[in-house]
Ligand binder design. Structure first.
Ligand SMILES: [Zn+2]
Length: 304
């Protein structure tokens, strides 16, 4: 029998309305980490960082999107990653906002590239290995630019980490067959990699710019998620699907897979929205910063 505990700072704040908010949050985190450490028998196996939809642009704020502030907040995110020394960091897409095409012409691809370079310069201050997920806005700098600057021809790939034995990480490209559409070739590749991981007794975490489930991302998702879900759920080794794109964020568990949609950093208030994940043998603890919630994600047995 598996247990799932959901703890959000908002819920705690309601219960402890008389206490100072800045006192409650660190105390709760200490409690959460102690409880998890006791339950899991000590230190996490490894930790990793994740940030999504930085979406920087040298342009006026639009709705909740504070394009210029994103670049100002990003160093705080980098500092935290460097202080915590995670095994790796994943940026889940849409590094910059860029400029859309108008009447078939680029509005200003060069300006997009200048802004992209500013964000990348800050991200290169991260000491841990950094993995990129390609977002729809990333494509506005052009394929040649992202290939050169993000260092890949193909944006669906896998990686491992020496710190994360028994784990495999898959990065998917949700635009390789068009906007929010994943190609059948890539879905077949995903199935092969998951079968390989299951055979080796490994657990898998998948990163994609797009969420699959409406319950985890109410506004925007992959268009052909229904073709991906059976592959994911049939594998029996997937622990989590971590996405972005839908700035509101969200969470849902289905078939033992935790679908986490990260809040967009571009919509952060005074503190950047991002997360650190501590992985234990029986759970993953998400430590959210800014408006990103904290969660405890229980892990079931492999091959369920
Ligand atoms: Zn996006």
């Amino acid at each position: 029998m598996r247990h799932r505990i959901e703890l959000t700072w908002a819920a705690v704040a309601r219960e402890h309305a008389h206490m100072d908010w800045f006192l409650v949050r660190p105390l709760c985190l200490v409690w959460l980490l102690c409880a998890a450490a006791l339950a899991s028998g000590g230190e996490p196996l490894f930790t990793f960082g994740a940030v999504s939809d930085i979406q920087y642009g040298d342009k006026e704020t639009k709705g909740k999107r504070q394009y210029r502030q994103a670049l100002e907040l990003l160093p705080r995110c980098v500092e935290k990653f460097n202080a915590e020394r995670p095994a790796f960091v994943v940026q889940c897409g849409d590094l910059y906002d860029g400029y859309e095409k108008e009447n078939g012409e680029d509005v200003d691809r060069e300006k997009t590239r200048v802004e992209a370079s500013r964000v990348l310069l800050v991200l290169r201050g991260i000491g841990a290995p950094l993995y990129h997920v390609l977002g729809n806005h990333c494509l506005r700098a052009g394929k040649e630019f992202v290939t050169r600057e993000l260092g890949r021809e193909c944006f669906y790939y896998e990686f491992t980490s020496a710190a994360a034995k028994g784990w495999r990480f898959l990065v998917l490209d949700g635009n390789d067959a068009g906007y929010e559409i994943m190609s059948p070739e890539q879905i077949a590749w995903l199935g092969e990699r998951l079968a390989e991981a299951a055979k080796a007794g490994e657990r898998v975490i998948v990163f994609c710019h797009y969420a699959l489930l409406k319950e985890a991302a109410r506004n925007h998702r992959l268009k052909n998620g229904d073709s991906v879900l059976p592959v994911l759920e049939g594998a029996g080794c997937v622990a989590a699907w971590i996405a972005g794109h839908d700035h509101a964020g969200g969470y849902f568990e289905r078939a033992g897979i935790h679908h986490v949609t990260l809040k967009g950093l571009v919509e952060s208030r005074a503190v950047p929205d991002f997360a650190l994940f501590a992985v234990f043998s029986d759970r993953i603890i998400e430590d959210g910063f800014g408006a990103e919630p904290d969660r405890v994600l229980a892990l079931g047995a492999i091959g369920r």
